[in-house]
Design a protein around this ligand. Structure first.
Ligand SMILES: [Zn+2]
Length: 286
């Protein structure tokens, strides 16, 4: 029996039915010479049961309706002569969005994985055939080791098997230290906690930076103001909280915009320190 591991609850609500307007299924963020497209896979409501250690006072204050809005997103990056996908969602809306943008999956040079939960690798393969046939697949060594050693996620094993020798692993760098580029303008940053090899990717072009932080956060209404709170999807909730706070502090201090796989449209914006936590200021949507 195949085990499917998801880190999102809102599997049924597709973006098109939520937003109505087709244009809202992606958001374009220009970063120097890179065009960064945030692609919405779906949007829905999550329940407070996934939040670990959230007091009633915190829930009343930041989630007064008893639920939070979240999304599943992927990112497509064009520039520097490369077409790159970061995560593949469930493999649904990603391909519709790419079609709208005139990008054939066969043109994709690289698929970067923040981690191997099912809502990030669902679009990698069908029936053992790679859906990005010419792409190299990059993921953290720790991430591949975890999922393939334990084989608790057959979807992860199948996703990697479809790409065979096109899979490459990397060792992530640390924020604040000199980073090693994986591709021109793209460097992996260790963000272990959500999963053992969970990775953020720092994009740099023409002096501008954007950190795509994967699943550092699932319930933004609560976790920006109270970043200590992890979720049940986090493999190591304590480590996830530590890295969340470290990256939030870095992004606020250095004024580096962030993008996330479970942040709500436009899912890209800046972080400001506020009180004992942070406030997210989304990019303006035209
Ligand atoms: Zn996840």
């Amino acid at each position: 029996m195949k085990t499917r591991v998801f880190c999102g609850l809102f599997l049924g609500a597709m973006a098109s039915s939520v937003f109505g307007a087709e244009t809202a299924s992606y958001f374009l963020y220009e970063l120097g010479r890179l065009s960064v497209y945030m692609l919405v896979e779906n949007q829905g409501q999550g329940r407070p049961g996934i939040l670990i250690g959230a007091s009633q006072a915190v829930l009343d204050r930041y989630m007064p309706g008893g639920a939070y809005t979240s999304e599943t997103n992927t990112f497509l990056i064009k520039g520097n002569g490369k077409t790159v996908v970061i995560d593949t969602g469930f493999g649904g809306a990603l391909f519709d969005s790419m079609k709208k943008l005139g990008v054939d999956p066969a043109q994709v040079d690289a698929v970067l994985l923040t981690h191997m939960h099912g809502d990030h690798i669902g679009g990698m393969q069908r029936d053992g055939k790679p859906l990005f046939p010419n792409a190299r697949v990059y993921l953290a060594q720790e991430e591949r080791d975890y999922w393939t050693r334990t084989a608790i996620n057959q979807g992860a094993v199948a996703a990697l098997a479809a790409y065979g020798s096109q899979v490459e692993t990397f060792r992530s760098g640390k924020l604040g230290a000199k980073l090693q580029e994986l591709l021109p303008g793209i460097s992996p940053v260790a963000a272990f906690g959500h999963t053992p090899g969970h990775t953020a990717f720092l994009l740099e072009s023409a002096g501008k930076r954007l950190l795509i932080w994967g699943d550092l956060m699932h319930a933004q209404a609560v976790q920006f103001p109270a970043p200590d709170i992890s979720v049940t999807y986090d493999t190591d909730p304590k480590a996830a909280a530590e890295v969340r706070k470290r990256i939030l502090a870095w992004a606020a201090e250095n004024k580096v915009p962030i993008g996330g796989m479970h942040l709500v449209f436009p899912a890209v914006g800046t972080v400001r320190a506020e009180g004992s936590g942070y406030r997210f200021v989304p990019e303006a949507v035209q």
